[in-house]
Design a protein around this ligand. Structure first.
Ligand code: C2R
Length: 173
């Protein structure tokens, strides 16, 4: 499965002002299984709301390790700037991706019936020193999308603008 959203605001490369539409995803949203999609679509919805281009893929550190290696090592070259990884159970996807790239990796632990997501939370958050994964709450895919937008907003003023509007909406109740 691959879902592409080509809408994107990016500052003009020369002037660093204004928004250009380019057809490249800035955020990669990965999930360990198609069964994670109902949760992980929250990340996509948040990024779409903030007008940040993104792509979604299913791949697994356990089931398709070569695909994960290929994606993580090639992401920077194809223009990806942040990677979000959602997985349940023994959730090693985010850690595996983080081991191959210096791009920031955000992990979303996904709940399963056995341990209510504690298994995925600990597998995602308890990374060894040297290889961080910024872990959000169990099922926190929407926050992962917002956090990705916030990371990008340091570089892209247009995204920052949209995030400030989001804060205003929150304050307005
Ligand atoms: P299935 O529903 O396909 O059996 O998957 C998935 O993220 C999913 O939540 C059950 C759960 O297995 C997880 N999975 C991982 C990884 N790959 C798949 N934790 C991984 O690479 O870490």
């Amino acid at each position: 499965m691959a879902v592409f959203n080509y809408r994107l605001l990016i500052p003009d490369q020369e002037t660093n002002k204004g928004g250009n539409i380019v057809d490249k995803p800035l955020v990669g949203i990965l999930m360990g299984s198609k069964s994670d999609e109902p949760i992980m679509k929250g990340a996509k919805e948040a990024l779409d709301e903030f007008e940040v281009s993104n792509e979604m893929h299913v791949m697994s550190a356990h089931r398709t390790p070569k695909k994960v290696h290929e994606y993580a090592t090639g992401a920077e070259e194809k223009g990806i700037e942040v990677i979000i990884c959602g997985a349940g159970k023994a959730a090693h996807l985010a850690g595996a991706v983080a081991s191959y790239t210096v791009l920031p990796v955000i992990g979303v632990p996904i709940s399963s019936k056995d341990f209510g997501g504690m298994d995925a939370l600990l597998s995602t958050v308890q990374m060894p020193n040297g290889v961080p994964v910024a872990t959000v709450a169990i099922g926190g895919a929407k926050n992962a999308g917002i956090l990705a937008a916030q990371i990008l907003s340091v570089k892209y003023p247009k995204i920052r603008e949209v995030l400030y509007k989001h804060k205003e909406r929150l304050a307005g109740g």
